[in-house]
Design a protein. Structure first.
Length: 329
């Protein structure tokens, strides 16, 4: 095993994959505690990786504080900004070095394409001694005279991005088809309009859920008792996204009946879609985890995740209400 990455979330899926590539993933035990990141950094730690807004519980990361810790140790801060989207938040403004997106989600807005985006800030010092592979001569970057050069010599501003393009994109074949790229670009044209409506609808749904007897709790930065409200006001003044979780106040059988009764909400694991989606996280997205690991990831057995789409919010609330009535009758 070589270099570990610190990750502020549940990492069991990563741990299954990355050892094959000689990479270790270390989970920060208390990701809401900024000092826990500083204490977890080891001499061979290569990056801190966080979600700006976490999936599924919509926890907001303190990006400025995390960037400061990362840079104190000469490592980059990598931020998954999928839930927030670049419309609601620009992590580079707060010190992020690399920003990644699943373009399958809100960037495209329709869930019809598998795609991703990597954005490099261009400010990190990759020649600080912790990343020797950027300094190694690379045969395909040789001069006309045949002299090998390294990535920092040829791409001094964006060596990380170009190393990915020349190595992994070219050799692994992870390239978008022209039509898939077209679908993503088409979705981007309406990003601000879609996200604005989804944010407003999400807040209306939150207000409804907070007052319902069938709801035990609500997780979203705009929820009344959210511990993330202050961070959301700082980083997300235009809105905290359209993803939320709530606790179903009933039995497991009633929870399943509630989901089955929904008409407008589609039962799918995607998020950021034009359609509103529902999933029972403990049974699906986190179904491979043991109960103890689910608890560590703050996924309780009553968790239901909603991704709010572009339907009328009154229609969505009416759909939730009729499902609660059937489930709790």
């Amino acid at each position: 095993m070589t270099t570990p990455y610190l990750y502020g979330g549940t990492v069991d899926s990563f741990k299954k994959i990355y050892p094959k590539f000689g990479i270790a993933i270390d989970q920060v035990a208390e990701p809401d505690d900024i000092n826990a990141y500083r204490q977890a950094i080891k001499p061979d730690t290569k990056a801190i990786y966080v979600e700006s807004i976490s999936n599924p519980n919509a926890v907001v990361a303190d990006l400025e504080a995390l960037a400061k810790i990362a840079h104190e140790h000469d490592i980059p801060l990598i931020v998954d900004n999928t839930v927030a989207t670049p419309y609601l938040l620009n992590p580079i403004k707060y010190g992020a070095d690399i920003v990644v997106y699943s373009a399958t989600k809100a960037l495209s807005g329709h869930g019809n394409v598998i795609a991703g985006v990597i954005v490099e800030a261009g400010k990190f010092n990759w020649a600080n001694g912790k990343f020797p592979h950027f300094l190694e001569p690379y045969h395909t970057l040789r001069t006309k005279e045949g002299q090998p050069r390294n990535f920092l010599e040829v791409f001094p501003d964006f060596p990380f991005s170009f190393r990915i393009r020349l190595n992994y994109l070219a050799y692994f074949g992870a390239a978008l088809s022209p039509f898939d790229a077209y679908l993503v670009l088409l979705g981007l044209e309406t990003l601000s309009e879609r996200v604005n409506k989804q944010v407003a609808s999400t807040e209306a749904v939150i207000r409804y859920l907070e007052k319902h007897r069938g709801v035990a709790w609500v997780n979203h930065p705009r929820a009344e008792h959210s511990p993330c409200r202050t961070l959301a006001e700082k980083y997300l003044p235009k809105g905290a996204g359209s993803l939320l979780t709530f606790g179903f106040n009933g039995s497991e059988q009633q929870s399943a009946k509630f989901i089955d009764a929904l008409k407008l909400f589609s039962y799918q694991a995607n998020i950021g879609d034009a359609r509103s989606l529902v999933i029972n996280s403990p049974k699906t997205t986190h179904g491979e985890l043991t109960p103890a690991k689910q608890a560590a990831a703050d996924i309780s057995s009553d968790t239901i995740r909603l991704s709010i789409g572009l339907e009328d919010p009154d229609d969505l609330i009416a759909d939730l209400e009729q499902a609660f009535v059937k489930a709790l009758a």
